[in-house]
Ligand binder design. Sequence first.
Ligand SMILES: CC(C)(COP(=O)(O)OP(=O)(O)OC[C@H]1O[C@@H](n2cnc3c(N)ncnc32)[C@H](O)[C@@H]1OP(=O)(O)O)[C@@H](O)C(=O)NCCC(=O)NCCS
Length: 165
Amino acid sequence: MSLTGQLSGGGEITLCPIDEAYPKQLIHSPYENWGDKAAAANQMIIERWCIRLRAQGAPVADVGYLSAHVVWYGPTLGSRAMNIGIGIVAEYRGQGIGSLSQRLLAEYLHSQGYLRVEASTDVANLPEQRALAAAGFEFEGIARLAQGRADGVHDLQVWSHLPGS
Ligand SMILES: CC(C)(COP(=O)(O)OP(=O)(O)OC[C@H]1O[C@@H](n2cnc3c(N)ncnc32)[C@H](O)[C@@H]1OP(=O)(O)O)[C@@H](O)C(=O)NCCC(=O)NCCS
């Protein structure tokens, strides 16, 4: 399963596994402004990838990151889903990198045995909703008061990607 894909406007992206030591890029976004984080959330096991861009005439650049954590809907393997997240450095947005990266990651996670790959995004986050739709995710509904950030608690849209989407 390839973690590399071609952008329609030219250039290639590769998803590269990273760990806590990786110097993560700062993503400026109201949707990443968490405020005080809960200590209990440190127990979450989160897998991470950086998004590496190779474009003609430009140095190789890490232009964002992806994350994924397991969500259990019951005690069986068939109840196991992956919830993914993404951030792209502002100057690289709007080139299809977000949609291609999320499609590549969803297909990779399917190849690892996850039937359900889900993503949740703020009801006001239109760019991410467009990117998810372009990546083959389908909108499922609203998770009410699901995410607390520095400016309050927000409703989220829930999207999912299934094998063959
Ligand atoms: C959301 C995000 C990951 C999308 O990445 P990206 O590389 O810009 O995504 P794409 O280029 O594949 O697609 C962006 C889509 O949003 C659209 N878009 C951009 N700005 C928009 C706006 N203000 N209103 C509506 N649509 C917008 C683009 O036109 C494009 O849609 P289209 O392909 O149908 O034309 C990126 O904007 C980002 O990192 N934002 C900040 C962090 C964030 O919101 N992360 C997700 C939290 S759940």
